[in-house]
Design a protein around this ligand. Sequence first.
Ligand code: FE2
Length: 405
Amino acid sequence: MGRIGLADLFGPLSPQAFLDQHWRQPTPCVGICAPHVLSDIVAIPTLRSCQALLDCFPRDVMLLGPDRFRAWVSPRAAPRFLERGYNLYFTGVEAAAPQAKALFADVAAELGVLPWHLSLEAFAGSKGGVSSRHYDNDINIQILLSGEKEWRIEPNATIQNPLFSNHPWADAAGNAQGFVEEILGTGAPFALDFNPAATQRFRTQAGTAFFVPLGFWHETVSFSDTWCLSLQVKTPTLADALSLALRDRLHRRPDFRRRLGVSYAGQSTTADPSAAERYAQLQAEAIDAVREMSLAEVTLATQDGMYRWRPEAGQRSIQVVDGAACLVAPPALDEPLEFDEALGAPLEKLVALKQPFFWRDAVGLATALPVESFMNFLEDLVRLGLLERGTYVRGGPEVFRPETT
Ligand SMILES: [Fe+2]
């Protein structure tokens, strides 16, 4: 299995140049893919062609057409619509092509996003097929595997960093409708068509990657049959991450794990005059917690990563060896592992754990240490074969799914 990184997608730009000129200063661009990109992708049997993906796709696909046309259709019926000029839109393609997700692990790392914030979509079009003007609440990198298409793309003057996608339509009076975040908008006109003065056109061929920044208006027209794999990058907002990090901090205290309406906020101040006073005290503690949170902690809060110990609980312990506190875990660990004194208390609790544990909860044990240094220590334990990295699985028979890579 090959590997695809930014340098393979956005030639002749270096990854750093792409990040500086396009990713961080959002502007669209076309990259020339390295020759192996297309061959690596189409070597995956389910991505060889639109029909190959339709043959195994487990759910309906979306039809895209002019004038905001959208409908769902079964994979079996989809080819007939493709012939009639509709575009087909597949989401969650990694379920049908898990190998493809692994291909792009380097892209995720280079963009600084977590693997599960990058998902795969596919688009198929026939000559003249249109995906009409809209903007998305995610970032896309479209790799054209075959055919030729034209993009029109325009910066979004009506809202910065939209939380919702927007595919506008005209009401009976011809007014643009569909902007559900108008209250957050800039007040600039919300139009049904492109502003020619601000719109760029790009004609893309097979073997190119097209970068669609967050929120940019765009529309495509296929000049021939087209087949395209798209990387969708959708990360939490800073507000999401900050809220999650605060939640994690507060949940370390039973007082903040109380249930609303059962034992705390549901109490009226007349029924319990002390409730307001206690709330004010907890609120002040929450404000202090926000002040202490680093960006690393905020970022970590968005992750569902877990660790679990490889040696059984009885095979690991903290012992003093030659006067130094050490982690001892024979036979997994050949020699006692001496560690920094500051790690003693958190490690004492960690080695006693029998169940998988979240990374974000683990750092809560080591509040005296920078998040990065504690996570680096846990990663050292992964490299030593003592911890296993994985993710939380909701609702399955097992809560822990080991990482495969
Ligand atoms: Fe789009």
